[in-house]
Design a protein around this ligand. Structure first.
Ligand code: AMP
Ligand code: MG
Length: 423
């Protein structure tokens, strides 16, 4: 459904990598090479375009502001009429916002003007009313006024033909207001991205059905549903698919026929990988990596038909961390966002002692808060096992511990990535 990206093999040959220990950044870079925005667009009213990604620059059809106008309530004067001492000017009219003064203004004359009122071409300076003294039909103005003061020039906010909102922007309230201020009623946005997802595993039961011995409820489809909803994509929940090659093949083919992106969880770890690998090599092209990260080690990325495929690990926390670290950015790029917004990372004092072995990047779950001195502090959410979803539920940030980092003492500064907008 998206444009056909280049072959995975060409790219993977060009880039030297170790599939058994892929650094997080390298995996991100490899994936990024295959991501082009969806090609379809639609034209929507400005209100309906809120939260969508702009597919064409909004170009201003007019100068903003349209006329030279006053930034203050006061008097529009000729600077050459003012002097080193007080002068008295005759008031010959008034310019209100939306009601300009069209009469002539002679030497020694001025007009009363309100904020937003059009400044006549022969006037070059605005004197605030607080700096003037009205006396009947006249006004007395002292010295010290700068030529051009309090005057907003036509086109100074945005010239005619200038880009008001650039392609790739996720349209926010200010953007649709800006379009409206230009008299633009409709905007061209990218069509919504379609994402199909399913869980794999014989042990999984959907909520509503009773559990037999050894079975567990499928939670990944719920976290994935939640994260996709926050990103603003259309999605298709395909349920649980058994670990059965025929059923999986059917599910992948069905998904590829209706979606731009397929996301699965489970079945990509050691032992299971070969089984899915064979299947996906038949249906498309897929790269399997063991990412040098914790949690979230196994990850598959590729294509099934023309759909992008993300094979996430099965463990509930790993699913969320890999979604956050790889899938979020990729989906934004496919949605047309340009640039893809980075999640904010800040330094915080870690109030917990953290266990960490060097060799891979860790994404521990943290609770970020401000301490009594107004500085950022972070504590870990207790046990960090990749099956403990409560650690994600309590967290509002990831504590990112880089590859070479060992244990962290309480009081040390750490990098914290705020989980904004997805969890
Ligand atoms: P797998 O990668 O398929 O070996 O799964 C790794 C672990 O995650 C296993 O303990 C699975 O039971 C668990 N798991 C896999 N899929 C899900 C799911 N959809 N919901 C909850 N747990 C899961
Ligand atoms: Mg499994």
């Amino acid at each position: 459904m998206s444009q056909s990206p280049p072959s995975l093999r060409d790219v993977s040959c060009a880039d030297d990598y170790d599939p058994n220990s892929m650094p997080v950044d390298q995996a991100r870079r490899l994936i990024a090479q295959f991501l082009a925005p969806v090609s379809g667009t639609e034209q929507l009213s400005v209100r309906a375009a809120l939260g969508r990604v702009l597919a064409r620059d909004v170009v201003s059809p007019v100068d903003v502001p349209a006329h030279d106008n006053s930034a203050m309530d006061g008097y529009a004067v000729r600077h050459s009429d003012l002097g080193a001492a007080e002068v008295t000017l005759k008031i010959v009219g008034t310019s209100f916002a939306g009601q300009p003064y069209n009469g002539s203004i002679g030497t020694g004359e001025c007009i009363r003007i309100m904020t937003g009122g059009v400044v006549p071409a022969s006037m070059d300076t605005i004197v605030m009313q607080e700096h003037a003294r009205a006396e009947g039909g006249r006004v007395v103005i002292g010295p010290g006024h700068r030529k051009g003061q309090n005057l907003r020039r036509a086109g100074e906010d945005l010239p005619k033909g200038g880009v008001a909102v650039a392609r790739g922007k996720l349209l926010a309230p200010a953007d649709i207001g800006l379009a409206a201020s230009l008299g633009i009623a409709e905007l061209i946005v990218y069509r919504r991205l379609r994402v199909a997802f399913f869980s794999t595993g014989d042990e999984l039961v959907s909520i509503g059905a009773p559990l037999s011995e050894g079975q567990i409820y499928d939670s990944n489809r719920y976290t994935i549903y939640g994260m996709l909803s926050r990103l603003g994509v259309d999605f298709i929940d395909m349920g649980v698919v058994r670990d059965d090659p025929a059923l999986l093949e059917q599910a992948f083919e069905q998904a590829a026929g209706m979606a731009d992106v397929i996301i699965t969880s489970g079945g990509v770890s050691v032992g299971e990988a070969d089984f899915i690998k064979d299947l996906l090599n038949k249906l498309g092209e897929v790269l399997f990596w063991k990412i040098a990260m914790k949690p979230g080690r196994p990850l598959a990325y590729g294509r099934v038909g023309s759909a992008h495929f993300f094979g996430l690990p099965g463990n509930p926390v790993s699913v969320m961390v890999t979604f956050y670290q790889f899938v979020r950015d990729a989906l934004y790029a496919l949605m047309g966002r340009d640039p893809v917004p980075l999640l904010p990372v800040l330094k915080a004092t870690c109030t917990s002692t953290l266990k960490k072995a060097p060799g891979r990047t860790e994404f521990q779950r943290g609770i970020l808060s401000r301490n009594a001195n107004g500085q950022w502090a972070v504590q870990v959410t207790g046990e960090q096992g990749s099956g403990i979803l409560r650690s994600m539920s309590e967290a509002n940030c990831f504590i990112i511990l880089p590859t070479a980092q060992g244990n962290v003492e309480a009081g040390a500064l750490v990098d914290v990535q705020v989980m904004e907008g997805v969890v």
